[in-house]
Design a protein around this ligand. Structure first.
Ligand SMILES: NC(=O)c1ccc[n+]([C@@H]2O[C@H](COP(=O)([O-])OP(=O)(O)OC[C@H]3O[C@@H](n4cnc5c(N)ncnc54)[C@H](OP(=O)(O)O)[C@@H]3O)[C@@H](O)[C@H]2O)c1
Length: 277
């Protein structure tokens, strides 16, 4: 598994698994658990969840899936913006730890920016780090101006990632946020790398996939992962799809493939506000 370095110097795999929507239907729990465990088996050890997903149900499912295998995962979860005060963040983190059945989160993210000052949330993250309850902290859905504000705060340079939407049909971050982060050594975590499945019948994607003898999802992931310092967290509840996503790491897109994809989905030529899903 290819790895990238967090600003702390710790290596994490470029491919993990998302869990939005998991844990909400008891009838799907066994399959979802198997998908997360398959991801661990294949080294896709970044497991992304959030207190928001299913009001904690996704975290509970992740906790059950990781039982006995906690040390194989790089566990990411998120605090809701309206919880992200000094005391609220600590309380939210305690709730996540309980649902996840662990005593430490590898990476704790502010899910998006709300009205709580970034400095206050950062202070809460630092106190959670000192208490050993989180190992790294980061943010999600922050555009350039918010990132710059964060980076100016004392300790702000320790931000481990900005998790944002990035896929072939949503390339806005290539204009400024992506080079701004990666140029400072801050990895970008690409969410919805498959556009929640909506892009998988894109004709150019389908043609290139056919030429490579792989699936459109594999081309879509290979395209996201062509960037240095970008990691992707596709969500799938299917162990078979987990295997398929894993094989995206073997796909080598040619300059012609990339040019064809650029023609179909041009890179941004001006600033666009960060999209949020
Ligand atoms: N920070 C944020 O604000 C934020 C926002 C959105 C998402 N996220 C995180 O990012 C994760 C991924 O994003 P997402 O869930 O929005 O969407 P996504 O990963 O782009 O797409 C998920 C969809 O793709 C399908 N899929 C997965 N692998 C496939 C394959 N190999 N072939 C065909 N279809 C496949 C899944 O269906 P099956 O389950 O049937 O395979 C599911 O319907 C989330 O789960 C969450 O952890 C974060």
């Amino acid at each position: 598994m290819r790895e990238i370095l967090l600003p702390s110097g710790e290596a994490v795999p470029v491919l993990g698994i998302g869990t939005w929507g998991m844990g909400e239907d008891p009838g799907s729990a066994a399959r979802e658990t198997a998908a997360i465990q398959m991801a661990l088996d294949l080294g896709m050890s970044v497991v992304d969840t959030a207190e928001m997903y299913g009001n904690g149900a996704a975290e509970e499912l992740v906790g059950r899936a990781l039982a006995g295998r906690r040390n194989e995962a790089f566990l990411v979860t998120k605090v809701l913006p309206h919880h992200a005060t000094l005391r609220g963040t600590v309380a939210a983190c305690e709730g996540s730890l309980r649902r996840l059945g662990t005593d430490s989160i590898d990476l704790y993210l502010l899910h998006w920016r709300g009205t709580v000052p970034l400095a206050e949330t950062l202070e809460a993250f630092e106190s959670l780090q000192r208490a050993g309850k989180i190992r790294h902290w980061g943010v999600s859905n922050l555009d350039v101006a918010d990132m710059e504000e964060l980076l100016r705060l004392p300790g702000g340079q320790k931000v481990a990632t900005d998790q944002v939407v990035y896929n072939l049909t949503r390339r806005g971050i290539e204009f400024d946020l992506l080079p701004g982060c990666t140029g400072r050594g801050i990895p970008v975590m690409a969410y919805s790398p498959l556009e929640q499945g909506r892009m998988l019948d894109d004709p150019v994607l389908v043609r290139i996939a056919t030429e490579h003898g792989v699936s459109p999802a594999q081309i879509a992931l290979a395209w996201v992962l062509r960037q240095p310092l970008v990691l992707a967290i596709p969500k799938t509840s299917s162990p078979q799809h987990v295997r398929e996503c894993h094989h995206a790491l073997d796909v080598r897109l040619t300059p012609r493939d990339l040019a064809d994809l650029d023609r179909a989905h041009p890179p941004p030529t001006r600033k666009r506000a960060l999209e949020v899903i």
